[in-house]
Design a binder for this molecule. Structure first.
Ligand code: G4P
Length: 524
């Protein structure tokens, strides 16, 4: 293959994470996108949880039992000569650190918002991570087929709550039963609901008006829309592709995933505005995706994706060059060479062996226990390490012990392997050496218990200790400062941290011990 064509392939990649609060319509929208990409033929394929067909990541008992997706999955499709990689993020409230980490492996994010509810909790958390990384965010205001919040109010909420400028790419004409269509500011046309493709679009003249003979001109909803458009043009933000690409301005699309309205326009615009794979910072400076040989990093490790294969899969984001199955690469952390002979790519329902992939793609590598989250893989002698993945702060904690003391060895093994996968964090209390686990969501503890029993044959005793505020210590600290309200622990890298009972305990501690420097890794 010529270098030129590898470069073209890389430049055709668009890799994004789809984020939302549960029930905003992320799965429905993903499914429509996959339909446009020709990857699936029927609606309901991804959403097997309700239709009774297969689901994307319906691989773990617990998922089946609870009908939710615990893991993040990856889907790839081709659309208008672009190769699009969608990284799904667990939609349940009990999301995990994996959800956050997925956001480190993408070049942009699509945020789905339920227009009847506005901005919800989980969206805020995920958005903050995207914003901190400066990745472009595209907003899809969903469920316009239902009567929702006033669009201007939604826009104000978006800007206020999330602290980002917005630019509505289109504007709704009516809502709910009276939803007529959208005024498309980007393509300068009106897109009508429930109208055949050949008559769906009404072009707008240079003044942004429809032809006076078009029936829509008679509608009071159209008149109201024009007024609001005028308001937006005068008082709203200006469109700027540069600002979008720097993550400073979010383009907003109104539509309905369920009614498949506005989804294709969204996709057409997304591929124009979203960036191709970007250079990534490493110990050797920025690595250019098209110039450098193969490199990538592991952002997720997942066990037992398919009960038929009791193995682990390490998810690798390719950051530069081309991957070829069977190639030899080095792990920068250890300098060890590995042959990448078992590699997987993910489709809506399946995993297929992948022989070739390029920067921007996500592949799954068979992992016999070789990899750690954050590992950089490099082709060539000049090893470098991509910047460390951000550390996330758990919010919920449990103490854990093996029920049967004779099972100590399996307990330790299970604990260390499951912690390595990164969904839970392990701490030891400094004074009593108790095992404490921290997670971002409660579900991770259930998954942990379930897997300890299922995979390591160990029954465990869990003692919930509730939500805590974790702050790491910068420098040295006396063990005498540890008590039940401010418990001193060591993380698995031997770094000390305090688990505070609540905000009050944290403030009290800081006042009493101003010399102890504390930090929250998510804010560094
Ligand atoms: P999620 O992945 O973000 O959790 O959301 P999901 O797509 O599963 O959608 C949540 C619910 O919202 C579903 O209804 C879905 O049909 C509905 N929904 C999604 N997009 C739209 C939309 O544009 N308009 C309207 N009116 N509803 C939408 P459900 O009753 O929970 O499931 P189902 O029985 O319809 O499958």
């Amino acid at each position: 293959m010529k270098t030129e064509s590898i470069k073209d392939k890389i430049l055709s990649r668009r890799t994004f994470a789809i984020i939302s609060h549960p029930d905003a319509g992320k799965t429905t929208l993903t499914e429509q996108l996959l339909l446009f990409g020709g990857v699936i033929r029927d609606a309901g394929t991804v959403k097997g949880k309700k239709s009774g067909k297969f689901a994307t990541s319906d691989w773990m008992e617990i998922e089946k039992q609870r009908g939710i997706s615990v893991t993040s999955s990856v889907m790839q499709f081709n659309y208008k000569n672009r190769n699009i990689n969608i990284l799904d993020t667990p939609g349940h409230q009990d999301f995990s650190e994996d959800t956050y980490r997925t956001l480190t492996a993408v070049d942009s994010a699509v945020m789905v918002i339920d227009s009847t509810k506005g901005i919800e909790d989980q969206t805020i958390k995920l958005f903050q991570v995207c914003k901190k990384r400066g990745i472009p965010i595209f907003t899809f205001m969903n469920k316009l087929d239902r009567v929702g919040k006033d669009p201007l109010e939604l826009l104000a909420e978006l800007e206020e709550v999330l602290g980002i400028e917005s630019y509505p790419m289109n504007w709704p004409i009516g809502m709910g039963k009276e939803f007529v269509g959208v005024y498309d500011r980007f393509y300068n046309r009106i897109e009508q609901v429930r109208v055949d493709e050949k008559d769906r679009y009404i072009p707008l003249d240079d003044n942004g008006k429809a032809d006076e003979n078009a029936p829509i001109v008679e509608s009071s909803l159209y008149a109201q829309c024009l007024e609001e458009i005028e308001l937006l043009s005068e008082a709203g933000n200006e469109f700027s592709k540069e600002k979008i690409q720097r993550g400073e301005l979010t383009p907003v699309f109104f539509g309905s995933g369920l009614a498949n309205f506005g989804v294709q326009t969204f996709l057409d615009t997304y591929i124009e505005l979203a960036p191709s794979p970007q250079p990534r910072h490493s110990s050797e400076g920025d690595i250019d995706p098209t110039e450098a040989p193969f490199s990538g990093f592991i952002f997720k490790i997942q066990a037992n994706m398919n009960p038929a294969h009791r193995d682990r899969i390490a998810f690798l984001r390719i950051c530069s060059g081309r991957f070829e199955r069977g190639m030899n690469v080095s792990i920068a952390r250890t300098g060890k060479q590995v042959k990448l002979s078992q590699s997987t790519q993910f489709m809506a329902d399946d995993r297929n062996t992948v022989d070739e992939a390029v920067a921007g793609d996500i592949i799954g590598l068979y992992d016999p226990g070789t990899y750690q989250i954050g590992d950089t893989l490099v082709d060539g002698k000049d090893l470098f390490q991509y910047d460390r993945l951000p550390q996330f702060t758990p919010e919920l904690y449990i103490k854990v012990t093996a029920k049967n003391v004779l099972k100590q060895k399996q307990f330790q093994k299970g604990l260390s392997q499951l912690v390595q996968e990164g969904a839970i964090q392990l701490f030891r209390s400094v004074q009593l050496e108790e095992y404490i686990l921290g997670a971002v969501g409660q579900l991770q503890f259930e998954v942990f218990e379930h897997r300890m029993k299922g995979e390591y044959n160990v029954d465990i005793i869990i003692q919930p200790i509730g939500s805590k505020i974790a702050r790491w210590v910068d420098g040295e600290v006396s063990e005498n400062l540890s008590n039940s309200r401010s418990l001193l622990v060591r993380d698995r890298y031997e770094k000390k941290a305090f688990l505070f009972e609540n905000e009050f305990a944290l403030r009290w501690f800081q006042e009493k011990n101003p010399e102890v420097k504390l930090f929250n890794p998510m804010e560094v």
